[in-house]
Write a protein that binds this ligand. Structure first.
Ligand code: TGC
Ligand code: FAD
Length: 397
């Protein structure tokens, strides 16, 4: 008598019944519409983002944790569980949804004017308009305070110059949320960072694709090049002033990753159980070897730990006390790293077949290399937690 990982873990008492039912709806839609195709998209180095967005909009996962403007008004845990199902297919698919809902839509929802929200959010929730989020630059990643992209006033207009790099969805987006330094400084002498809503068909905007990726291949990554891009005064996000504007959006997307990567680990473990039960060597299924069982049990233990941490952080985010950036860093640091180790270790159980796109663990593992890096590298989260634990800032000294 075998039991699934989630049965042994007792997933029914980790999450509410209605939330698991919702996750089941997302899983079924993905199984019917995406699962079979993902290996090919990964090999081809692309994803039909616009077509998929409309389906995902109908399913209700785009901006699902935001209220009003055609968004779903779901809880953080429900959103997390959707990310888990998306990343059980591929991190690139979860990225598509994270960038749309947690970065671009959240920036508009949290920091935008009424007009900006009404113009963009309903269409983005339906997947009829795609957004991207430009913070990173060719020379500036972990330290966004060093950004060079700048916005200058010219009469009532803003004129933007600069370049953003590694921007998910940029080549296919209708709108980019671009973060730029403005002239002048705040009371602590720091340049003031502002966010701008930039339709990608504005003259002076180019969004070339980044090629030759060997990770997150089922995702479209690009640059945003801004050459004297003239925007009306109304293009600025009025409520975001300073780096806490973009960093608040990162909290949302990092939270999605905390849940998402548990899906990748679950999928790798499910495939490993299936494969090792049917593959015969030495006249026995390879699941009967003690070393195979050790690998499976270790992966199951790690999967259980990261699922419980995600559930705990989801509960915090849904509680009146809310969740802190340090708690989100804890989840991102531990869960991305652990899921990567789970997928990489399980890959070995597939022998030669494990290096093809036929089986998911290696694809998940190479994707998780990106997940370890984006949304704050593993080291950035270690230093964030180191600072919280010791009171000493080790980012620059
Ligand atoms: P510091 O300069 O001291 O702080 C600036 C202001 O920001 C506030 N703040 C936060 N606010 C909200 N949430 C957070 N997590 C925040 N962290 C900082 C801070 O309170 C301060 O506010 P104020 O009012 O005093 O001005 O900066 P710091 O020392 O706190 O932070 C430094 C550091 C290194 C942690 C931060 O710069 C950082 O997180 N760097 C990593 C950059 C990063 O994650 N980039 C991600 C780009 S987007 C992306 O990767 C998308 S992937 C998309 C996909 O899923 O496909
Ligand atoms: P760097 O910051 O140069 O870091 C290089 C190495 O140095 C890392 O190991 C880092 O941890 C280490 N390091 C840096 N500072 C310190 C320090 N103080 N102490 C110790 N170690 C340190 N960005 C966006 O804005 N929007 C997007 O949509 C987006 N999508 C992405 C999609 C993909 C596929 C990828 C790969 C990246 C994406 N990014 C996006 C960019 C991502 O957020 C950055 O790559 C990330 O923040 C790291 O920046 P960097 O690549 O410049 O590395």
């Amino acid at each position: 008598q075998t039991q699934t990982p989630d049965e042994i873990l007792g997933i029914d008492s980790v999450f509410d019944k209605e939330d698991l039912e919702w996750a089941g709806i997302v899983r079924k839609w993905l199984d019917e519409n995406v699962r079979e195709k993902i290996g090919d998209w990964f090999l081809e180095g692309t994803i039909p983002a616009r077509e998929l967005a409309e389906g995902l909009g109908e399913l209700g996962v785009l901006g699902m944790h935001l209220d009003g403007y055609g968004c779903g008004g779901a809880t953080a845990t429900q959103y997390g569980l959707a990310c888990r199902e998306l990343e059980a297919i591929d991190s690139g698919l979860r990225s598509l949804v994270s960038v749309q809902g947690s970065l671009a839509m959240f920036a508009l929802h949290h920091w935008g004017s009424e007009e900006q929200k009404e113009e963009w959010l309903p269409r983005m929730a339906q997947g009829r308009a795609l957004g991207c989020f430009g913070l990173t630059e060719p020379d500036v990643g972990s330290d966004p305070a060093g950004m060079r992209t700048h916005a200058k006033r010219d009469g009532d207009d803003w004129v933007l110059n600069g370049a953003k790099m590694w921007i998910t969805n940029a080549p296919v987006a209708d709108v980019a949320i671009v973060w730029a330094k403005t002239e002048g400084t705040d009371e602590r002498g720091r340049p003031v960072v502002r966010g701008f809503v930039v339709p990608t068909d504005t003259p002076g905007v180019e969004t070339p694709e980044v090629h030759r990726k060997i990770s997150l291949r089922a995702s479209i990554t690009g640059e945003i090049v801004l050459d004297n891009v003239r925007l009306p005064a109304s293009a600025m996000l009025p409520k975001a002033e300073g780096l806490k504007g973009p960093l608040s959006c990162l909290n949302e997307a990092r939270f999605g990753i905390v849940f998402g990567v548990t899906g990748a680990a679950r999928d790798a473990l499910t495939e490993a159980l299936r494969y090792t039960g049917s593959r015969i060597q030495f006249d026995r299924p390879i699941s009967s070897f003690q070393i195979s069982q050790q690998k499976l049990a270790k992966a199951f233990g790690q999967y259980s730990q990261i699922t419980l941490l995600a559930a705990h952080l989801g509960g915090l985010k849904d509680s009146p006390q809310g969740i802190s950036p340090q708690q989100i860093s804890l989840g991102k640091m531990v869960n991305a790293d652990t899921a990567l180790n789970v997928c990489r270790d399980l890959r070995a159980l597939f022998g030669g077949s494990g290096i093809t796109s036929e089986y998911s663990p290696l694809r998940h593992a190479v994707n998780l290399e990106t997940v370890l890096t984006y949304e704050g590298t593993h080291e950035v989260h270690q230093l964030t937690l180191g600072r919280a634990l010791t009171g000493i800032n080790a980012f620059a000294n």
